[in-house]
Design a protein. Structure first.
Length: 179
């Protein structure tokens, strides 16, 4: 039997197509993994941004609550022991090293109103330091005699919002209230 010139005889296959497909599959898998890794990183970054935003809002709310509270207190209520979050001005002398209270192991924070977003609930804190009397407008303390209402109590309010394993935000403001 003779073969016609149009009929083909199967050649022995070399498997090149299989190798090309496997290489393409490997490349696609690596691209997919890189894309997944990038997506996970973006998700973590957005979660961190959400946490920081929530902590900032909670700390700012505590700061405003502390300022409101400072406006209703008298300088005589402030103690060195920071009773109820009311502290005297930090003392700096030759034999005492000045330490910012917010850096202490147990800062004297007073709990503020709780802030909740979804399943996360944060109770920020604040403390107020009486910093002494200060001019309520520039230069009024240099006038002779000093005008009524010129000097008023100056307070430094420090607020902190934090949650375990999440962002921490500390804010401070200087506040003067009319006496």
């Amino acid at each position: 039997m003779t073969q016609s010139p149009n009929s083909r005889v199967p050649h022995r296959q070399q498997g090149v197509a299989l190798l090309v497909v496997l290489m393409l599959l490997l490349i696609m898998t690596l691209l997919g993994l890189a894309s997944l890794r990038g997506s996970i990183m973006e998700e973590r970054m957005s979660a961190n941004l959400f946490d920081r935003g929530l902590m900032f809002q909670a700390a700012e709310a505590a700061l405003r609550q502390g300022e409101d509270f400072a406006g209703t207190t008298k300088p005589s209520q402030y103690t060195a022991a920071c009773t109820g979050g009311l502290c005297t001005a930090p003392v700096t002398t030759a034999d005492v090293t000045f330490v910012n209270r917010w850096l202490l192991a147990n800062p004297p924070y007073k709990a503020a109103s709780t802030v909740t977003s979804g399943s996360l609930s944060v109770t920020p804190g604040y403390f107020i330091e009486y910093m002494g009397s200060a001019p309520n407008w520039p230069g009024c303390d240099r006038e002779n005699p000093i005008q009524a209402g010129c000097l008023g109590p100056r307070y430094r309010v420090t607020a902190r919002a934090t949650a375990p394993g999440r962002s921490q935000v500390i804010l401070q403001s200087s506040f003067t209230s009319p006496e």
